[in-house]
Structures are given as structure tokens and as C-alpha cells.
Design a protein around this ligand. Structure first.
Ligand code: SAM
Length: 317
């Protein structure tokens, strides 16, 4: 499962060195995240518990954890990546570390595991042999896996207290919640039906099932924010919306226009309409560009359009 590999991958892509890189190549990203965190702290009402929970905290490469710890009695970091979160805590001055606790959890409530079980039940040899006239049997099978996969709404995470946090932050995790299980499908197809991998978005049933799967997970995540937030608290949703592949500077694609990859299309989540429908009142969003990697002579770079919205429950405004 891709989810299980995250701690290893995060170790390369997160932490103090990565923050220094971002400061140099993508300062607007760090500034925007910090500005939004400060706005969220200001937006929480006077009656809220001074407890903060950060979903998708990782090593807090982008998040100003010291600021959060200064403004909270407790900061709870939640991620699958325990070493990353402990690293973030260790970066704090000694007198602030005691305020930071970590919880290891799958924020979807176990979608990757459920999908892996569905995939393991497929009669792959028969499906590949069946294939159908255009080899659609494996794609029908994985579409069925997505359709049947349960998505708890909201996900239950035993260590988190319902309505227990004055500040709830979803920190660039939303699109990963569905991208990683969908990559598990790509991995399974690559092994058992490699010819089907690149045809999946052309297959109507798969395309529809993947879209609905992403939407179910996105709405369940918003419901989790609502479930965790104290009535007088403020939440912050930071998410990438569109990714761009910036061509390598040389080679056959050098000089081409960048390619856009929608990672949070409106069919998955309409911002702000879906927030309003769930009873949120959002401040005007902030949007900016995050440079994740630069192109070099042979490899493309990646940038993302990111949006951040400070949210309160509509009844609290
Ligand atoms: C882009 S990183 C965000 C990093 C972090 N906010 C920061 O300031 O460095 C996304 C994080 O989400 C975590 N993640 C992805 N899917 C997850 C899941 N299903 N459950 C829990 N954490 C997840 C990853 O481990 C990673 O740390």
C-alpha cells in the first residue's frame, strides 16, 4: 500500500532542509501558510479550548509549529508518519515540546486497507484471460472495488476528541487522502493487467467510480473537521487544487508549455459551495503557487496552485 510507504518517502521530502529549500525557491508558500495560521488563531472565539489539532502534520515543514505551540495549551499532530512528527517536535525549543503530542492514524479511517482487501479478492488471472473484446474486464473489476470500498463519514479516529479543539488544521493532506489509494489501483493493474493502466480514464465506469470515490473521501474529510471543531473554534483548510508539470529545460520536451493536472476538480469538491452546504462559513480564500520542485536539464519540475480558507461553523458567525 502506498500509504505504508509514506514515512519513508516523507523523510526525503520533508524536514528542516526542505524548509530551507522552500524558503529559497517558494517563499510565498511558507508566507501564505503562516499568514493563514495566524488568521485562524485570531478567528477562534474566546470560549474555545486552547487545543489545536493538525491533520496531515508530517514534519511540519510548512506549518509554523512554534507559533501554534505558543498559542495553544496542546497541539496534537496527526499523520501516518510518526518519525516525521517527532522530528517536528524535536525542532521546538525544549520548553515548548511538552505541549506537542502525536497520533498515528490513517485520516480516511482505513480506506487504503479496505481497498487493498477488495483488490486482493479479485480473480486477476481469470480477469486478464477474460479481457473482453477490448480488455475491459480488469477495469470493470477495479471500478467495482472503488464502488464497494467503504468510506466512513466522518472517519472515526479513537484518539481524537469530538468538538475538542479550538483550532483544526487540514494541512495539504486532502488530495493525498484519495490519490494514494487510487495509486494502489494503478499498482495492481500494472502487475496483473498492464495494458489497462493507461486506458482507465477512457473507461466510463472506472472514471465515474474514481470520481465518486474521491468526492466521498473529500466530503468525509470536511465532516471530520466539523466533528473535531469546538463550537466556537476556527478551522483552516489548505489544499492543492491544480498541479503543473513544468517541462525539463532540455531534451525532447524542453520548451513545451507546462501541463496542468487538476488534483481537486470541482466534480470532487466545489469550493466554496460544498463548504456552505456542510454548514461552514468561509473567509475569502487565499490562493498562491507552491513550487515543489524545479525543472532541470532532464527532469520536469512541479508546481501547484494552492488554496487556503479559514472556516467557522455558520451558526458561530
Ligand atoms: C504534503 S504533506 C503535508 C506536510 C505538512 N503539512 C507540513 O507542513 O510539512 C501531506 C502529509 O499527509 C500525510 N498523509 C497522507 N495521507 C494520509 C492519510 N491517509 N492519513 C494520515 N496522513 C496522511 C503524509 O504522511 C504527509 O505528511
Amino acid at each position: 500500500m502506498r500509504l505504508a510507504r509514506l514515512p519513508q518517502e516523507n523523510a526525503r521530502m520533508q524536514g528542516a532542509e526542505r524548509r530551507r529549500w522552500l524558503r529559497r525557491h517558494s517563499p510565498a508558500h511558507l508566507e501564505a501558510v503562516e499568514r493563514l495560521v495566524l488568521r485562524t488563531l485570531r478567528a477562534r472565539g474566546p470560549q474555545n479550548p486552547a487545543r489545536t489539532v493538525v491533520l496531515g502534520a508530517g514534519a511540519c515543514t510548512e506549518l509554523p509549529l512554534a507559533r501554534l505551540a505558543a498559542a495553544s495549551d496542546e497541539v496534537l499532530l496527526v499523520d501516518v508518519d510518526i518519525p516525521g512528527m517527532l522530528h517536528a517536535r524535536d525542532e521546538l525549543p525544549a520548553d515548548r515540546r511538552g505541549r506537542v503530542n502525536v497520533v498515528q492514524a490513517d485520516l480516511t479511517g482505513g480506506v487504503s486497507a479496505s481497498l487493498a482487501a477488495e483488490l486482493a479478492r479479485q480473480p486477476w488471472a481469470d480477469l486478464a484471460a477474460l479481457g473482453g473484446h477490448v480488455g475491459n474486464a480488469p477495469l470493470d473489476a477495479v471500478a467495482g472495488c472503488l464502488e464497494r470500498c467503504p468510506v466512513a463519514d466522518p472517519p472515526r479516529i479513537a484518539e481524537l476528541a469530538p468538538h475538542g479543539y479550538g483550532v483544526v488544521i487540514s494541512s495539504l493532506v486532502l488530495t493525498q487522502l484519495y490519490s494514494l489509494p487510487l495509486l494502489d489501483i494503478v499498482d495492481a493493474l500494472s502487475v496483473y493487467a498492464p495494458g489497462a493502466v493507461d486506458r482507465r480514464e477512457l473507461h466510463a465506469r472506472y472514471r465515474e467510480a474514481a470520481l465518486r470515490f474521491r468526492r466521498r473521501i473529500a466530503l468525509a474529510h470536511l465532516a471530520l473537521l466539523r466533528e473535531l471543531l469546538a463550537p466556537d473554534g476556527a478551522a483552516l483548510l489548505i489544499t492543492d487544487v491544480t498541479g503543473y508539470l513544468v517541462p525539463a529545460r532540455g531534451g525532447p520536451h524542453g520548451g513545451n508549455a507546462r501541463e496542468a493536472l487538476p488534483v481537486l476538480p470541482p466534480e470532487v469538491l466545489r469550493l466554496p459551495e460544498d463548504l456552505a452546504a456542510q454548514g461552514w462559513h468561509g473567509e475569502p480564500p487565499l490562493t498562491w503557487q507552491w513550487v515543489a520542485s524545479l525543472p532541470d536539464a532532464t527532469r520536469p519540475g512541479r508546481t501547484y496552485d494552492v488554496t487556503g480558507i479559514v472556516l467557522r461553523r455558520a451558526s458561530a458567525t
